[in-house]
Write a protein that binds this ligand. Structure first.
Ligand code: ZN
Length: 487
C-alpha cells in the first residue's frame, strides 16, 4: 500500500473546515480516499492531482450561472454534466489542456482568457486567503500574458513537506508529523486577523505544507447563502459536519428553517456551533453562535411557534433600526438575548405607529402576532426558572385584554375606541417597564374605565413575588391592539 496522507479533525474550525472541503472535492471527482468519524486519508502520491482538481472545482463551485453572468456568456445549453465532464478531464490532462477545453466550451473571447483562468483564484480563494490571491495581481498576469499565473500560485501550495523526525518546536501543530513554518495569513484562513487573537497569544504555532494546502479547501466546506455571508454548522465529527452542511439555502432564514426542520430529537448538540463568516477585504468578520443541547431541544419543541413566526415575518422600520422579525429572533435565540425585551421593543413600535408616528413603518397585524409569539417563546425559553408564566397563564391575560378591548368598543365611535385602546396599551406597557405597583395601578384604571373587574386569581398571582408581571402586562397590551379596528 502506498503511503497515505491523513488529515484529522483538530477542533480548530478553520482547519476542520478544510477537511470537509477536501472531502467534498474528493466526492465530486470520485477520487479514492478513506475516512472515519474523525479523519480523511488520501494517497500521498495523489496530493498534487487533488490540488489540480480542486482548482478546477472552483469553476463549478459558485455555479455555472455565476460564470455566465460574469463573462456575459450567451449560451444557455450548459449542463452541469457536460461541465463536470470537462473539469474531470483535469485529472489526466495538464492544466492548460483542461483550461483550453473549458475556454472552448464557454467560447471565451481572447481578451478574457486570463481573467477566466483566474476565476477560481479570484472568486473562491482570494476571499479566504486574501494576501495570496490578491486581485491586484491580475494586472501582472495580463501584462506578462500568463494564463496560468494564479494556477501556479495555487499549486505552489501543494509542495511536499519534510517529516519531522524528532518532535520539536517546528513540528506542525495540526498533524504533528511534518516540519512547519510559523502560521500567518498566507498559509491559514483568517490566521493573523484581529478576530483571531488566539494566534497572537501563541506566536509559535507551526503549520506544514500539507496542512497549509488543506486549508485552501476551506471555502468548499462552507454553506453559501444568497448574501455575502457564509456559514458553517460546526461539529467535532465528520459525519455531522457533512450532514449539517449540505443545506441549500438562499438566506440565513431559510438555512435556519431548513436546519430546524431536520434536526432530530436525538441530535447531540455537544460541540456544535453556528459560525458565520463574512469574507470581505475591508470587513472580514467571524461570528460564533454556540448551539447548546438546551437550545436544540428548544428548537425541536417549539417548531410550530417558529413556523408561525416565520409565516408572520415582517420588516419594521423604527427610525434607526430595521427589524427583520424572524431573522432577528433566530439570532437572538442563538445568542441568548432577552426575547421579552425584543417583544417589548416591537410592542412599543406598534404603539408608536398606531399613534401616528411617521418614523415607524411596517408594524402591522403580523407584528402584533409576532410580538405575541415572541412573548410565548420568551416564556418557554425561561421555563426552568421559577419566575415565569406557563401557557395557561398567558392565555388568561390575553383573554382579559381582549375582553377589555371589546368593552372599549361598545357604544363608542370606532376611532375614539381605537385611540383609547392604543393609549391604554401604551400606558400598560409603560407601567410594566416602571414597577409592579405602577402596573397594578394602571390595570385598576383600565378595569374601572371598562367596568370589567380584575379576576381574583390575577391578584393572587400578582402577590407572588416570583410572578413575572411584565409578561402579563405585555400580553394585555398586545391583546388591546390585536383585533382589526372595525369591530
Ligand atoms: Zn501538518
Amino acid at each position: 500500500m502506498s503511503e497515505k496522507l491523513t488529515f484529522t479533525l483538530t477542533g480548530n474550525f478553520q482547519y476542520d473546515l478544510g477537511i470537509l472541503g477536501l472531502k467534498n472535492v474528493l466526492d465530486f471527482f470520485e477520487i479514492y480516499y478513506e475516512y472515519d468519524d474523525y479523519s480523511v486519508s488520501i494517497l500521498l502520491s495523489e496530493w498534487n492531482k487533488i490540488g489540480n482538481c480542486s482548482y478546477f472545482f472552483g469553476f463549478y463551485f459558485n455555479g455555472i450561472e455565476q460564470i455566465k453572468k460574469k463573462f456575459k456568456l450567451k449560451q444557455n445549453n450548459l449542463s452541469i454534466t457536460d461541465f463536470k465532464k470537462i473539469i474531470l478531464s483535469a485529472k489526466v490532462q495538464p492544466f492548460n489542456t483542461s483550461l483550453e477545453s473549458l475556454i472552448d466550451f464557454f467560447n471565451i473571447s481572447q481578451n478574457k482568457k486570463i481573467e477566466f483562468a483566474s476565476y477560481p483564484a479570484l472568486s473562491i480563494f482570494n476571499v479566504s486567503h486574501l494576501n495570496v490571491f490578491n486581485p491586484g495581481l491580475l494586472t501582472k498576469a495580463k501584462k506578462d500574458n500568463q494564463i496560468d499565473f494564479f494556477y501556479n500560485l495555487y499549486m505552489q501550495k501543494f509542495k511536499g513537506a519534510k517529516p519531522s523526525t524528532d518532535f520539536n518546536n517546528k513540528t506542525c501543530d495540526f498533524c504533528q508529523k511534518y516540519e512547519g513554518i510559523p502560521i500567518n495569513r498566507n498559509n491559514f484562513i483568517f490566521a493573523s486577523s484581529a478576530m483571531n487573537q488566539g494566534w497572537y497569544e501563541r506566536p509559535n504555532i507551526h503549520i506544514c505544507n500539507y496542512c497549509s494546502s488543506l486549508n485552501l479547501f476551506s471555502s468548499y466546506g462552507l454553506l453559501k447563502t444568497g448574501s455575502g455571508e457564509r456559514y458553517l454548522i460546526y461539529s467535532s465529527n465528520i459525519k455531522d459536519l457533512e450532514k449539517d452542511n449540505n443545506i441549500l439555502a438562499n438566506s440565513f432564514e431559510e438555512l435556519i428553517t431548513k436546519y430546524i426542520e431536520n434536526i432530530k430529537a436525538e441530535t447531540n448538540a455537544k460541540d456544535k456551533f453556528f459560525i458565520k463568516i463574512i469574507f470581505s477585504g475591508q470587513n472580514p468578520d467571524l461570528d460564533f453562535l454556540p448551539f447548546s443541547t438546551e437550545l436544540l431541544k428548544f428548537f425541536i419543541e417549539n417548531k410550530n411557534l417558529l413556523e408561525d413566526l416565520r409565516n408572520n415575518d415582517f420588516v419594521g422600520i423604527a427610525k434607526d433600526p430595521i427589524i427583520f422579525s424572524y431573522k432577528d429572533t433566530i439570532k437572538a435565540i442563538l445568542s441568548g438575548e432577552n426575547l421579552l425585551y425584543k417583544a417589548d421593543f416591537i410592542i412599543n413600535c406598534i404603539i408608536k405607529q398606531k399613534s401616528g408616528n411617521k418614523n415607524f413603518k411596517g408594524f402591522d397585524d403580523k407584528a402584533i402576532k409576532s410580538a405575541l409569539i415572541l412573548l410565548m417563546l420568551s416564556i418557554k425559553l425561561k421555563k426552568k426558572e421559577e419566575n415565569s408564566m406557563i401557557d395557561k397563564d398567558l392565555i388568561e391575560f390575553i383573554e382579559f385584554g381582549e375582553n377589555i378591548r371589546k368593552r372599549l368598543y361598545v357604544g363608542k365611535n370606532q376611532n375614539t375606541a381605537r385611540n383609547k385602546a392604543i393609549s391604554f396599551s401604551s400606558a400598560i406597557r409603560d407601567s410594566v417597564n416602571e414597577s409592579k405597583e405602577k402596573f397594578m395601578e394602571t390595570l385598576l384604571q383600565l378595569s374601572i374605565y371598562s367596568q370589567l373587574p380584575i379576576p381574583q386569581n390575577f391578584l393572587k398571582k400578582f402577590n407572588d413575588p416570583n410572578f413575572n408581571y411584565k409578561e402579563a402586562g405585555l400580553a394585555i397590551a398586545l391583546a388591546l391592539m390585536s383585533i382589526k379596528d372595525k369591530e
